[in-house]
Design a protein around this ligand. Structure first.
Ligand code: DGL
Length: 272
């Protein structure tokens, strides 16, 4: 008599998890994923031809984000997509989930942990122009920071500085100071949400420019925990070759070296 077929076990595949951002910001999420899930193969796509997202119109962005992610999921054979961009996630998660057949993990500003960490009850939200005023952000604040003061600061200028840092170019201290300045007007502010994935890449230099110590909070570790739940069971932590990457526009040699530092090969051109 044939043996009964064992109950189906979840399979361990080597299909990558695709990380998406407008630019290098998703690398701050890659850092958390590599630390927490070292065996998981990744792929990366950046829409650098349309960078920055934070100052663009919502309707245009939704269509663009869906087109780029759909093309990159097809090119990479990804098993899951991480939208490692607050500006995209607070706008287009629903449209992405409607279009794609794989799990989609989003990134939203870490208002909840920051509200819990703050002693004074005054927290800053440092993000793009788009993210600071989205209804999604209003709901996060109403749900998780009721009774707290949230100082919203649009700091699009920091996006370009993070791009420079990863490309090995010097950052402009005056641009950092201008981006941070509105935070310091409230002397009780003790915690800052880095609500754009580009900003954790700058955390060291931002802390140096701050006039007083504050707690900087980002979403990287929480996203990695969510990805671990989605992927369960996880592949073993083997040494891997470079993971693939794509971009929608030309990538400078400096940026290619920056991607290599996070375990990615030279980005290929994504055809839309
Ligand atoms: N990294 C993106 C975010 O988290 C935004 C950068 C941009 O404006 O393109 O919001």
């Amino acid at each position: 008599m044939p043996l009964p077929t064992p109950a189906s076990e979840p399979s361990i595949t080597t299909d990558p998890v695709l990380i998406f951002d407008s630019g290098v910001g998703g690398l701050s999420v890659v850092r958390a994923l590599r630390a927490q899930l070292p065996g998981v193969p990744l792929a990366y796509v950046c829409d650098n031809a349309a960078l920055p997202y934070g100052t663009k119109a919502d309707d245009w962005l939704v269509a663009r984000i869906v087109a780029v992610c759909a093309a990159a999921v097809a090119a990479s054979g990804a098993r899951a997509l991480v939208v490692a961009c607050n500006t995209a996630s607070t706008l287009a998660l629903e449209a992405l989930r409607d279009r794609l057949a794989i799990p989609v993990v989003g990134t939203v500003p870490a208002i909840k942990p920051a509200a819990a960490l703050s002693h004074s009850g005054v927290i800053g939200l440092l993000a793009t122009s788009a993210t600071v005023c989205r209804p999604y952000t209003d709901r996060l604040i109403a749900d998780f920071a009721a009774g707290r003061t949230v100082v919203r600061v649009a700091a699009d200028t920091l996006v370009a500085q993070a791009e420079r840092l990863i490309a090995g170019e010097p950052v402009d201290p005056a641009a950092l100071d201008r981006g941070l300045a509105p935070l310091w007007a409230n002397p009780a502010l003790d915690t800052v949400v880095l609500g754009c994935t580009h900003f954790p890449l700058l955390e060291g230099v931002l802390a140096e420019r701050a006039p007083r110590p504050v707690q900087w909070v980002d979403s990287g570790a929480a996203i990695a925990r969510r990805v671990a739940q989605v992927l369960d069971p996880l592949p073993p932590a083997d040494a891997q070759a470079d993971d693939p990457a794509w971009a929608t526009g030309p990538v400078s040699p400096g940026l290619t070296r920056g991607f290599a530092g996070f375990g990615f090969g030279a980005p290929g051109l994504l055809v839309l």
